[in-house]
Design a protein around this ligand. Structure first.
Ligand code: BG6
Length: 486
């Protein structure tokens, strides 16, 4: 693989969880794949005082633990570590940014990626200090991690502050779901094949389900999670992005703005959910004690760090509707939660059934289904009816299944590997534009306001289940069921 032009990554939050678990391993993989030029440089920044050697030792230990089954190579790690450096930066001190600017000046001609992987509460201060110290160069790009704000207004403030140093074309709002290989495959499926497009619409598709289930709980992130909840942690970003990729019109090209224009139209066409209909269109839940894979786990309220009486939702199910010609009347059911029965992310598209069955033994209602699995395995499965062997004409569902790991033997790139290299290359296609983010918040904020106004607490569900019974009722009212409940 060819090395990319020399780049520098300035990694704020360099000692944090995301940097250690995802970003550094991703960079190490890209280094191993030969994408680092000799001048490539990674400068990790965080508020702790630490020497370069201490940082590298810590990073080595973490990378070893998080390399996704790939063996850690000591010799190659040392080569990689020679690109690594550390600088103490307190995001609230402008002097620290000035010192940083001087330190990196010798690389000003290189592409420089400012990756803000820090507490979202520090975004404003960081933006202000970056502008005051004048750190941005024409070759700079800035990457903003989610969550970008807690509502429309706070997101706008962050955008404004970051916008003082960077133009929109320099801002990369990351949503790691867009970097996942199967999401790329969804684009390939829709726009690389002629087969599906004529079917991809009302009159052909009955309903769509998007499920992102996690067995994990809040995993030591209680403070962040309790202030955030499932709607803002997962739906505002990951689930809406999946919905956009699924529902958008074919873009005229794969250019960033061609794709983002189409996604934006989907977000704009989402039917509002507010105090009037929030009870019919949404369900929020919170897990109580239960068992995951046979092991008992505590309820959310008893997780260390969760404030007493918390009403934060750890589960949400939504019936979303897209008011445009393609999708009018086709419900999109979204469902995500912590401590659910399975760790799984998938999209299930149920087509309309045949208009008339000519086979006496055919089930009364047996529509085809296309299931796109994002994780844990990556697969695309189309359920079709086939004749079972034997004398009688009996139809049975069978799967046309594509196991992507089987079909392509190469190790798939992790979402962060792809997205980081896209930033270095200057490819904005898989990043959210400001108006997309704003429109997503416009849809999310009234849902939260509706919940607050209703005064109802989230419904509880046992850890290890598929969420509250009300979620079954939400889809059941339309005569359908969640795929796992069939
Ligand atoms: C993050 C959320 O954005 O996505 C987490 O903050 C969640 O709460 C995670 O666990 C899920 O990502 P993935 O890639 O493991 O499905």
């Amino acid at each position: 693989m060819q090395a990319l032009d020399p780049f520098e990554i300035v990694l704020f939050g360099g000692t944090g969880d995301l940097a250690m678990r995802k970003l550094l391993p991703a960079l190490y993989h890209r280094f191993m794949a030969g994408q680092f030029d000799q001048r490539a440089h990674i400068l990790a920044c965080a508020s702790s005082a630490m020497s370069r050697d201490e940082y590298i030792a810590r990073a080595a230990e973490q990378c070893r633990a998080h390399l996704d089954g790939v063996a850690f190579n000591e010799a190659r790690w040392s080569e990689f570590a020679s690109c690594l450096d550390y600088q103490q930066v307190d995001a609230t001190r402008v002097e620290d940014f000035k010192a940083l600017k001087t330190r990196i000046a010798e690389r000003d001609a290189q592409v420089r990626v400012w990756f803000l992987s820090m507490s979202p509460s520090l975004y404003i201060a960081t933006g202000t200090n970056m502008a005051a110290a004048g750190v941005a160069t024409p070759n700079s790009r800035v990457v903003l991690e989610k969550p970008l704000g807690t509502d429309r207004q706070s997101a706008e403030r962050i955008n404004q502050e970051i916008g003082r140093s960077f133009s929109e074309a320099q801002i990369y709002r990351i949503d790691h779901y867009l970097g996942k290989e199967p999401v790329q495959n969804l684009l390939a499926l829709r726009f690389g094949n002629a087969l599906f497009e004529p079917l991809w619409r009302r009159g052909r598709i009955r309903h769509v389900q998007i499920t992102v289930g996690e067995q994990l709980g809040v995993e030591g992130r209680a403070k962040f999670y309790d202030e955030t909840g499932a709607l803002r942690d997962m739906v505002q970003n990951h689930m809406l992005q999946l919905l956009c990729i699924l529902a958008m019109e074919p873009p005229a090209s794969s250019d960033a703005d061609a794709v983002r224009d189409e996604k934006l139209k989907v977000l704009r066409a989402l039917r509002p959910i507010n105090a009037e209909n929030v009870e019919q269109k949404t369900v929020r839940g919170q897990y109580r004690a239960g068992a995951i894979d046979g092991k008992s786990v505590v309820g959310y309220a008893d997780e260390p760090g969760v404030p007493e009486g918390s009403n934060t939702e750890t589960f949400v199910a939504i019936k979303a509707e897209i008011d445009n010609w393609r999708w009018a009347g086709v419900p999109f059911y979204l469902r995500t939660g912590k401590r659910l029965q399975q760790q799984v992310a998938e999209i299930a598209i149920t087509f309309d059934d045949v208009p008339l069955s000519i086979f006496p033994n055919r089930a009364a209602d047996a529509p085809n289904q296309l299931v796109i699995r994002l994780q844990p395995d990556e697969s695309i499965t189309l359920t079709v009816l086939a004749k079972a062997p034997g004398d009688a004409m009996r139809l049975r569902p069978v799967n046309l299944a594509l196991d992507l790991a089987e079909s392509f033997k190469e190790r798939p790139m992790s979402a962060y590997e792809r997205l980081l290299m896209d930033v270095v290359r200057g490819n904005l296609t898989l990043f959210m534009r400001r108006d997309e983010l704003d429109t997503a918040w416009r849809w999310i904020d009234p849902i939260r306001a509706g919940w607050a106004q209703s005064g109802n607490a989230p419904k509880t569900y046992a850890a290890g289940s598929w969420g509250p019974a009300a979620a079954t009722a939400l889809i059941g009212r339309d005569g359908y069921a969640w795929r796992d409940e069939l």
